[in-house]
Design a protein around this ligand. Structure first.
Ligand code: ATP
Ligand code: MG
Length: 585
C-alpha cells in the first residue's frame, strides 16, 4: 500500500485520500464511466455545468450546506447556501432571458471577487450563454480589446469599472447590447441597467434548456505570458474533468472547506474557484481582498480551511517573510495544499514541509486544457521539483517534432522534449476564438503540443523544463530557465529569479539572471560575485548564469507569472509586445 491515512488533530474524521492506487485507477479509468459522476439535466435534456454545480445539490440533502463563503475586504462574511445559490442564479438566468440573450451569446463579467460575479457566471451557464470573465484590474484598452474581439453582447460590471474604463468607448462596441451594473439601484438608461433592480423583479424559477455537452460554455483568455493572449473556448462537458481532477488531484471530500486563491478572471479561478468545488458539493471560500500574508494565514486559520489551492508566486511571497505560521496561526485543519501556474521550485516544497508541516503538491495545466492534467497526489510520493504524474484518463508524453505533421515519442527517461497530451479529455479547448489556424497548429501527429518543454523520469514523473519560447541555447546546451532560477533560489539572499538568454556571438546565448532579494539583503558587487559562484557550484559552468542583475520587482502577469519575454525585451531594447496582462509594480 502506498497511501497513508491522514489524521489531523482538529479534524475529527480520518481522511482517506480519494486516489488510493494510482496505477490501478489509471488502468481501469474510462471517460464513459466518469459519466456516473454527473446527474444530467432532468428529463434527459443533456449536461449543463451549472445544473451539476448548483441545482442538483440544491434539490437534495445539501440544500442548506454553504456553497460559497464570501469574505469582503473589511472581513464581513456572507454565507450562500446551495439552495440560495440556485434561486439567485435562476433569477440571473431569467434576467438574461428577458433581455433577449440566447444560447451561445457572449456575456462578459468584469468585477472583483464579489457575489454577483459568481451568481452571473452560473446564471450565464444556465441560460446556455457563454461566460467570458475579465480580470478586474485590467485597464480600458485590454478590456476594450477583449470585449471587441470576444463579441460581447452583455457586460456585467460595477459602476466604477464602467465609468472609468468602458463608458467612453461604448460607441466602438456596437454589439454590446446591455451593461448590467451590480451596485446601482436605478436603471441609468441607454442600455445600462441596474442589476439588483432586474434581479428583484425576476423569477426564482428557471428551467434550463436542452444543453449538449459540446455546447460552448466558457471563453477564457490566456495569461499573455508569451505574447498576445489567446481566447480558449470550453464546453459544458468540461465539468467531467473538473469533478474528477478536484477529487483526485485536490483530494476534495464532501466536508472540506476549500480555498482556491485564484481570481475567476483566470482559468484556475473559474475551473477550481467556481465550478469544481460546487460540483462536488463542498464549501468554497472566496476572499474579496488581494494578497496579504497575515490576512491569508488568518483566513486559513479562522475559516478552518482543509484544502488550499494556490500559486507559486504567492508561496514565494510567503517564503520571503519572517513568519512562523504554525506558531502564530492555528493551521491544524489544513490537510492538503496544491499549487499551479508556474514551476514550483523544490525550495518551496522544502519550505512547506518545514514551515507549514505540509507538502505542497504541484500540478500542471493550462487555460487550453481547462483542468489539471499532471499532478502530485495525496497518496503518492512527492518528488520536489516535479509536477507529478498524469491524471487518470490523461495520456501525457514527451515528443519531438520530426516534420510539420509528425512527432516522435521520446521514451527514454530524462530526455527533454515537447510536453504533449493525447486529445479527447472533456475540458480540452475546442478552439482559439477567431484563430482557427493557430488552434489547428497545436495538434501534430495525433497529439496536442502544449508549448512547454518537460522530461519524464523512469517512474513516470514529469519535470518542467521551460516554455518552448523561453529555452536558452548556450554553447551547444539547451538550458531551461526554471533549473537556473531554482538553483539561485536555494541561496538564502534570493527571493525570486527570472532567467533569460541574451544573444552572444560566441556562445549563441548567454544565461543572464535577474534576481530579487529577501528583506535584509542589500545588492552589492560582493553579493553578485557570490551568486555567480553559487550558480557555478550548483549548476556547473555550462549552465550557470554568466551575468546577474539585481531587480527588486520582476515583471509578472496579473496571474503571477514571471514575464521573461519582457526581461529580454528590456535587456535588448526591443518592443515590449502585448503588455495587457502585466501586473502594475
Ligand atoms: P500565454 O499562453 O498567453 O503565453 P500562459 O501560458 O501563461 O499565457 P496560462 O494558460 O494561464 O497562460 O498558463 C499555462 C502555463 O503556465 C503552462 O503552459 C506553463 O507554462 C505554466 N504552468 C502552469 N502550471 C505549471 C507548473 N505546475 N509547472 C510549470 N509551469 C506551469
Ligand atoms: Mg500558454
Amino acid at each position: 500500500m502506498t497511501f497513508q491515512t491522514i489524521f489531523k488533530s482538529a479534524v475529527d474524521w480520518p481522511v482517506t485520500p480519494n486516489l488510493l492506487d494510482y496505477e490501478q485507477t489509471c488502468a481501469e479509468f474510462t471517460w464513459d464511466a466518469a459519466w456516473q459522476e454527473v446527474t444530467g439535466l432532468p428529463g434527459g435534456k443533456g449536461l449543463n455545468m451549472a445544473y451539476e454545480a448548483v441545482d442538483r445539490h440544491a434539490d437534495g440533502p445539501r440544500r442548506d450546506h454553504v456553497a460559497l463563503r464570501w469574505i469582503d475586504k473589511e472581513g464581513s462574511i456572507l454565507d450562500i447556501t446551495y439552495g440560495e445559490l440556485k434561486a439567485q442564479t435562476n433569477r440571473f438566468a431569467n434576467v438574461l432571458r428577458r433581455l433577449g440573450v440566447v444560447k451561445g451569446d457572449h456575456v462578459f463579467v468584469l468585477a472583483g471577487r464579489i457575489p454577483p460575479l459568481y451568481i452571473a457566471a452560473l446564471g450565464i451557464l444556465k441560460n446556455r450563454s457563454v461566460f467570458c470573465p475579465l480580470f478586474s484590474a485590467f485597464g480600458p484598452e485590454p478590456i476594450f480589446q477583449r470585449l471587441h474581439r470576444g463579441n460581447a453582447k452583455v457586460l456585467v460590471t460595477t459602476q466604477k469599472q464602467y465609468t472609468q474604463k468602458i463608458a467612453h468607448q461604448r460607441d466602438k462596441l456596437p454589439a454590446l447590447a446591455a451593461v448590467l451594473l451590480a451596485d446601482v439601484f436605478e436603471h441609468p438608461g441607454d442600455g445600462v441597467y441596474s442589476l439588483p433592480h432586474l434581479m428583484v423583479t425576476a423569477s426564482e424559477e428557471f428551467e434550463i434548456g436542452r444543453t449538449n455537452p459540446e455546447d460552448d460554455a466558457i471563453l477564457h483568455f490566456t495569461s499573455g505570458t508569451t505574447g498576445m493572449p489567446k481566447g480558449a473556448m470550453h464546453v459544458h462537458d468540461a465539468i467531467l474533468t473538473h469533478i474528477l481532477t478536484a477529487r483526485y488531484a485536490l483530494d476534495l471530500h464532501p466536508d472540506d472547506i476549500f480555498w482556491c486563491t485564484a481570481d475567476p478572471g483566470w482559468v484556475t479561478g473559474t475551473s477550481y474557484g467556481i465550478i469544481a468545488p460546487l460540483a462536488l458539493g463542498v464549501t468554497s471560500i472566496v476572499d474579496e481582498a488581494e494578497f496579504d500574508a497575515h490576512r491569508w494565514y488568518r483566513q486559513l486559520a479562522e475559516q478552518q480551511v482543509t484544502v488550499w489551492y494556490t500559486a507559486p508566486t504567492a508561496i514565494r511571497r510567503l517564503m520571503r517573510l519572517d513568519i512562523e505560521p504554525p506558531l502564530e496561526y492555528d493551521l491544524s485543519h489544513l490537510r492538503f495544499v496544491a499549487s499551479v501556474g508556474e514551476p514550483l521550485n523544490p525550495e518551496a516544497v522544502v519550505w512547506g514541509r518545514e514551515k507549514l508541516h505540509l507538502t505542497i503538491h504541484d500540478n500542471w495545466w493550462q487555460t487550453e486544457t481547462g483542468g489539471i492534467m499532471i499532478a502530485n497526489y495525496a497518496s503518492q510520493e512527492v518528488r520536489p521539483g516535479s509536477m507529478g504524474r498524469p491524471l487518470p484518463g490523461i495520456e501525457a508524453a514527451i515528443v519531438r517534432r520530426v516534420s510539420p505533421h509528425e512527432v516522435e515519442l521520446i521514451t527514454k527517461p530524462g530526455v527533454d522534449g515537447d510536453l504533449a497530451l493525447r486529445p479527447g479529455w472533456p475540458s480540452m479547448f475546442r478552439g482559439y476564438w477567431l484563430e482557427e489556424e493557430r488552434y489547428r497548429k497545436c495538434f501534430v501527429g495525433g497529439w496536442y503540443i502544449s508549448g512547454d518543454l518537460a522530461m519524464r523520469d523512469e517512474d513516470g514523473y514529469f519535470w518542467f523544463v521551460g516554455r518552448a519560447d523561453d529555452i536558452i541555447k548556450t554553447a551547444g546546451h539547451m538550458v531551461g530557465p526554471f533549473e537556473v532560477e531554482s538553483a539561485l533560489m536555494e541561496h538564502p539572499a534570493v527571493a525570486e529569479a527570472g532567467v533569460i538568454g541574451k544573444p552572444n556571438p560566441v556562445i549563441g546565448e548567454l544565461v543572464k539572471a535577474f534576481v530579487s532579494l529577501k528583506p535584509g539583503y542589500k545588492a552589492s558587487e560582493e553579493l553578485k560575485m557570490e551568486l555567480l559562484g553559487f550558480g557555478r557550484q550548483k549548476l556547473g559552468s555550462a549552465v550557470a548564469p554568466k551575468e546577474i542583475e539585481f531587480k527588486q520587482d520582476l515583471p509578472k502577469t496579473r496571474s503571477g507569472k514571471i514575464m521573461r519575454r519582457l526581461l529580454k525585451a528590456w535587456e535588448l531594447g526591443l518592443p515590449e509586445g502585448d503588455v495587457s496582462t502585466l501586473e502594475e509594480a
